[in-house]
Design a protein. Structure first.
Length: 234
């Protein structure tokens, strides 16, 4: 049975991915920090692991585990606004969670894939990496780093039969903005139900994984069919 490690599995996209892949017959290891949310997944028969991706010592527990598919999904959204007004703490945390921890986890898992001559590394990226705009500079930088990393990693490990996919969603209705935007702004963002839903990304991932080993999706852009309004910061 194919084993899939999904990070950021306690909510939003990661939670939908873990449940969808489990229902499809994959053996899923759901990773996150919210113990209560993980317990709910465990009650559904999904293996869980409470772990902070910033804890490099904790990551060593995953070394040597035969993960067939690594889904690097965990990420944070700093408060949107002018880059000049961001604190050093906000910048460092954004890069640590969205980029550095992804590199460290991937480095822990990929050697096993190379040894087995098979595997699949998936990244949840963002359109902010490829079409960045004002008020999201640090977030865009972190996701652009993911895009570049995915491309470089693919060049290194594809000769070993390992696939690398970057999922690039537009605006998804998740809790990502809940701590950084007022309810009124979030209401505007998700008005009329035109934003993507976490399940859309989970279904896309399932389709990508269903391809035969000879075929790979290098980058998959997933956007709302109808335009969504610009974010109103105040």
């Amino acid at each position: 049975m194919t084993e899939v490690l999904v990070t950021g599995a306690t909510s939003g996209i990661g939670r939908a991915m873990a449940r969808t892949l489990h229902a499809a017959g994959y053996r899923v290891l759901a990773l996150g920090r919210n113990a209560k949310a993980l317990a709910e997944l465990a009650a559904e028969g999904i293996e869980i692991l409470a772990l902070d991706l910033a804890d490099l010592r904790a990551l060593s527990a995953l070394q040597g585990r035969p993960i067939d598919v690594l889904v690097n999904n965990a990420g944070i959204m700093p408060k949107p606004g002018p880059f000049a007004e961001m604190s050093a703490v906000e910048i460092d945390q954004t890069l640590a969670v969205n980029l550095a921890s992804v590199l460290h986890l991937t480095q822990a898992i990929v050697p096993g894939m190379i040894a087995r001559g098979a595997g699949h590394v998936v990244f949840t990226g963002s359109t902010a990496a490829h079409a960045p705009g004002a008020n999201f500079a640090a977030y865009a930088a972190s996701k652009a780093g993911i895009a570049a990393f995915a491309t470089a990693l693919r060049a290194e490990i594809s000769p070993h039969g390992i696939r690398v996919t970057e999922l690039v969603p537009g605006r998804v209705e998740t809790g990502l903005y809940s701590a950084v935007l007022p309810d009124s702004a979030r209401g505007d963002m998700y008005a009329n139900g035109n934003s993507l839903q976490p399940q859309d990304l989970a279904d896309a991932l399932l389709a990508v994984l269903s391809l035969p080993p000879r075929a790979t999706v290098t980058r998959l852009d997933i956007l709302p069919t109808r335009p969504v309004p610009a974010i109103r910061l105040k």
